[in-house]
Design a protein around this ligand. Structure first.
Ligand code: AR6
Length: 166
């Protein structure tokens, strides 16, 4: 899989699957989650409400689930829940799992391209350097059929951190 690092707004990405850094409720929030819900439109919230019934306590940390992307240029949104460092979720395996499980969900859908944000690097309190190291470790060890992963960073500073890690 080719890995591209770019800066920009992930909601405008023309890829098959865009990964959302969601929370267990799947009902939206701030950061990239809020931006994705605004860009996809209210149909996304309705789809997420249906999905969350599948788990008693919401989507578990490290797991991923897909919905259509509705009004976004992508075909699907893959919602994953990163570990919240501020709440004591400090196991890197959980963050790695977000990347790996998102790839697995995209693979099942037949996606040919996927875009990731810096999961857990905002509200959930991980340093950008840790997210870059763990994310790139997961992406570079992927050996499945998806040809392209783009990591879309929201600032030039964040992009520089990922470039260093790469
Ligand atoms: N495109 C690309 N990256 C973005 C965008 C965008 N449009 N907007 C923000 N980012 P965060 P988390 C970057 O906080 O840490 C939400 O409330 C942002 O600069 O969105 O996993 C959820 O509902 C940062 O580098 O996600 C959860 O409750 C990165 O995306 C919680 O926040 C991730 O920051 C999840 O926290």
């Amino acid at each position: 899989m080719k890995i591209e690092l770019v800066s920009g707004d992930i909601t405008t990405e023309h890829v098959d699957a865009v990964v959302n850094a969601a929370n267990s409720s799947l009902l939206g929030g701030g950061g990239v989650d809020g931006a994705i819900h605004r860009a996809a439109g209210p149909e996304l919230l309705a789809a997420c409400r249906g999905l969350r019934e599948l788990w008693v306590d919401g989507l578990p940390v490290g797991r991923a689930v897909a919905t259509p992307a509705f009004r976004m240029p992508a075909r699907w949104i893959i919602h994953t829940v990163g570990p919240n460092r501020g709440a004591g979720e400090t196991d890197p395996a959980l963050l790695r799992s977000c990347f790996a499980e998102s790839l697995r969900a995209a693979e099942i859908l037949g996606a040919q391209s996927i875009a990731f944000p810096a999961i857990s690097a905002g509200v959930y309190g991980w340093t950008m350097a840790d997210v870059a190291r763990i994310g790139l470790d997961a992406l570079s060890s992927y050996a499945g059929p998806i040809p392209l992963a783009r990591v879309v960073l929201f600032s030039e500073d964040a992009l520089a951190v990922w470039r260093d890690a790469l």
